[in-house]
Design a protein around this ligand. Structure first.
Ligand SMILES: [Zn+2]
Length: 168
């Protein structure tokens, strides 16, 4: 199975750039995972870009999640559009609660069909209707889980208002 990612940065006229792509077979070392290759290509094209969208057929693994969280603490913002769950990383990044709870927006979906959007900003992860908890963030074995968010929308308004940045 191959994971394919396409990354665009937000250009000076607030439009998405062309796509920078990356791909990796399952089992590739984590610093060469598809989303990192795609992001590195986009970021090297425009070093002062701050906002990125990454579309891929998988969720980010825990190593990549922590990597992008680290980038988000340096002022970068990310929208991950995960179109499917190749590799079943939705658990590692915390998007999928354990045990598997049906997606309220798509109750017929199995775990493998899961898809969705995640947002990374200032060291925090958000997603529609979810609240994320990161344990052992500075340890070698961090764990991310999510639970149903109660109350308001936690997603960054400046990210979900961008084109292609959310469902519906
Ligand atoms: Zn990864």
């Amino acid at each position: 199975m191959t994971i394919n990612a396409a990354c665009c940065y937000l250009d000076d006229s607030k439009r998405w750039s062309k796509e920078f792509t990356g791909s990796a077979d399952l089992g590739t070392s984590d610093n060469k995972h598809a989303e990192r290759a795609a992001y590195d290509a986009a970021a090297s094209k425009k070093s002062n870009a701050t906002t990125f969208i990454i579309v891929q057929n998988a969720f980010p693994c825990i190593k990549c999640t922590m990597h992008f969280l680290g980038e988000s603490k340096k002022g970068k913002k990310f929208i991950f559009h995960c179109e499917s769950n190749v590799g079943h990383y939705a658990k590692e990044c915390g998007f999928l609660s354990r045990p598997f709870v049906k997606d309220p927006d798509n109750p017929s979906y199995s775990e493998a069909q899961l898809n969705g959007f995640m947002y990374f900003k200032e060291g925090k992860i958000t997603a529609k209707g979810k609240m994320f908890t990161i344990e052992g963030e500075t340890s070698s074995d961090p764990k991310i889980t999510s639970s149903r968010a109660v109350g308001g929308d936690l997603r960054p308004p400046e990210l979900i208002s961008l084109p292609d940045a959310k469902k519906g």
